[in-house]
Design a protein around this ligand. Sequence first.
Ligand code: C5P
Length: 396
Amino acid sequence: MGRVGKLTCLAVTCVVALATFYVSKEAFTVLAPRSSPPTWGPTVYPDAEKLQSRGNPFASGAAAVFLGTIAVRAAQQNAKEGSTACAADISGGSLELFSPAKVNLFLRIIRRRPDGYHDLASLFHTVAFGDKLVLEVLPEDAEQDQLECNLPGVPTDDSNLVIRALKLFREKSGVQRYFSVKLEKEIPAQAGMGGGSSNAAAAFFGANKLCGSPATPQDLIDWTDDPVIGSDATFFLSEGTAYCTGRGEIITPVEQLPIKDGLSVYLVKPNWGLSTGKVFQAMDLSALSTADPEELLQTFKDKGTSHSSWVNDLEKPAFKVSPELCELKDFLAGEWDFEAVLMSGSGSTIFCLGDPKGGAEAFEAATKKDFDIEGIWRTEFMRRASPTEWYTKASS
Ligand code: C5P
């Protein structure tokens, strides 16, 4: 071949190689986000349809083989850019999450720790009463999270556990994305139902999902081991039933308890709250129950709620702080024939299992007549269907 012929051939090869490189890179760029599509929940990925529908002949396996080293180079380059490219695609993605309350089926205090916290041993369970959280990924150039809440008085700065959870998620995952959060509160504050911690856990779970799940369910559990988002947040990342120890953040998952379907859980919240810190301060460590928490756990595993082993070591100090709460509990445990009546967490909610003798209406009216009550909610126990699915509120 003459010199001109060789040059022409080289030029044609270069043009073909460059064109192939460009097209194959596009192919991988188009394919890349498919590794993190929304597979559950009401996620809205604005670009998802566009990404799925952009056909490209070089996306096929045969074409990829044909493209050989050029395609591999493109894939490697794309992988290097991976997190940025993927992060850019998620702007505007949103997720609506139910954020359930919890009750403590038993709560034993074990010891005071040198760091000021107390080791506890408690069986936590989620219920189908809770808040709603709508999380949306802000554009890539956003520099802070935004939080709106329907309730006046709920802090929306970084003292809110949701904002702290999002910050913690960025620190742990390395994904530098910010979110807007709309929070609709139903769970009262200072109620012992884990409202703030539940919101933090939901935000943590949602942020991870919207960012293409860089963390596994176990990572999320490990990453929330930080007092900055409260001692109960980790529990909500379980499947809804867990034996919690340490500050409450060491969780042992518990299978579904043998509780009868549709068992009523009445949450009775007086019109005053209790500060967890104050209740712990009022505790007399020499006056705790002596029940063995492992035995209590076994009783719940064997008998569900059909037994008489109901213990919450925080009741005594809570009743010291609020003698009226003790009167409320006595009233609830009186003539209504509930299966069980117990304070949840550090109060001030008292939950009652079963249905009241005389009917719900008479029960509510009588309770509200005699006590200053913020709310009485009838709900049921609930769990997550699997570690990758979030809690879905049962229809009421
Ligand atoms: O974990 P959270 O921030 O809700 O705890 C509030 C306060 O309750 C803590 O600052 C601590 O005084 C007390 N607490 C405790 N032991 C625990 C949990 C909370 O003493 N396991």
